[in-house]
Structures are given as structure tokens and as C-alpha cells.
Ligand binder design. Structure first.
Ligand code: 2BA
Ligand code: 2BA
Length: 109
């Protein structure tokens, strides 16, 4: 068994969870946020049998497209007064950041 940790954008979660459960897979959803943009995202824990892993990864690829997001950073400007000039940068976000871990034991008690 593998544990798939998928960090996805909030807007993609419901579609992905629909596909996951429709396929008979199980998942746990955690509210999370990224260290860089500091905005909300969702972390899904999905324990799957090895033979279903590729299908799951395909599902994630199909439901979580990559997008560009505008982020406003405050850049210090040199001068007599300490000033910060806000400037927008475009950051690619998504599709999904996925970690696949080996599961040593899966126990239900
Ligand atoms: P955030 O940390 O909010 O990052 C959002 C996007 O900002 C990232 O998209 C990436 O394009 C950019 N970014 C992040 N850190 C950066 C940095 N130090 N310098 C320049 N650009 C940076 P993704 O790479 O698609 O990541 C989406 C979210 O997935 C991240 O949200 C974070 O929550 C998670 N993530 C990505 N890589 C991770 C990792 N190695 N470990 C744990 N979480 C990770
Ligand atoms: P359980 O199988 O006892 O699962 C309880 C909770 O444990 C799940 O909540 C989920 O958060 C987590 N979980 C279980 N197996 C997991 C796995 N392989 N990977 C990640 N997390 C896992 P819910 O998703 O709300 O499910 C509640 C109950 O509904 C489940 O109890 C199961 O009896 C049933 N169920 C869940 N998904 C199903 C599906 N795709 N088809 C049929 N029944 C499902």
C-alpha cells in the first residue's frame, strides 16, 4: 500500500474527491496553507493499493490544472525614509504537489 499526500488548490478539491470516491478509493481531507503564498490549500491523504496508484495520479493530473496566481510583494526601496513598494509577481500554482510514501502497516481497529 502507498500513502499519497496531495496538496491541491481548494477550488479543485471537490472535483478530485468526487472522482476518488466514485472510484471506491478512500481519502482524508485536511485544511492546510502554503508557506509561500500563506493562503489556504487542501492536503488530501489517500491510502491506495499499489496497483491503483497510477490511476489515482492520473485522476489528480486531470482534476488539478496549473494556473498563474498574482502575488503582491513589498520590496524595500532605497531612500532617506524606509519605504516599501508593493509590486505584483505572477507565480505558477498547482496542479498538485504529490508525495508518495510506502505504508508499513494499514490497520483498522
Ligand atoms: P505555497 O507555499 O503557498 O506556494 C505556492 C506557489 O508559490 C508554489 O506552487 C510555487 O510556484 C511558488 N513558491 C513556493 N515557494 C517558493 C519559493 N521559496 N520561491 C519561489 N516560489 C515559490 P507549488 O510548487 O505548486 O506548491 C503549491 C503548494 O504545495 C505550496 O503552497 C505548498 O503548500 C505545497 N508544497 C509545494 N512543495 C512542497 C514541498 N516540497 N514540501 C511541502 N509542501 C510543498
Ligand atoms: P472507514 O473506512 O472506517 O474510514 C473512516 C475515515 O478514515 C474516513 O472517513 C477517512 O477520513 C479515513 N480513511 C479510511 N481509509 C482511508 C484511506 N485508505 N486513506 C485515507 N483516509 C482513509 P470518510 O471518508 O468520511 O468515510 C467514512 C466511512 O464511509 C468509511 O469508514 C467507510 O465505511 C465508508 N466509505 C468511505 N469511502 C468510501 C467509498 N469510496 N466507498 C464506499 N464506502 C466508503
Amino acid at each position: 500500500m502507498k500513502m499519497v499526500i496531495a496538496i491541491v488548490q481548494d477550488k479543485d478539491v471537490s472535483k478530485l474527491l468526487q472522482s476518488v470516491t466514485r472510484d471506491g478509493l478512500r481519502a482524508t481531507r485536511l485544511a492546510s496553507s502554503g508557506g509561500f503564498l500563506r493562503s489556504g490549500n487542501t492536503t488530501l491523504l489517500i491510502g491506495v493499493e499499489v496497483e491503483r496508484l497510477e490511476g489515482l495520479l492520473l485522476m489528480i493530473r486531470e482534476t488539478c490544472p496549473q494556473r498563474e496566481e498574482m502575488l503582491t510583494l513589498a520590496q524595500p526601496i532605497m531612500g532617506p525614509a524606509d519605504a516599501h513598494l508593493p509590486f505584483p509577481i505572477e507565480v505558477p500554482v498547482g496542479g498538485a504537489t504529490v508525495f508518495v510514501l510506502d505504508v508499513e502497516q494499514f490497520i483498522k481497529v
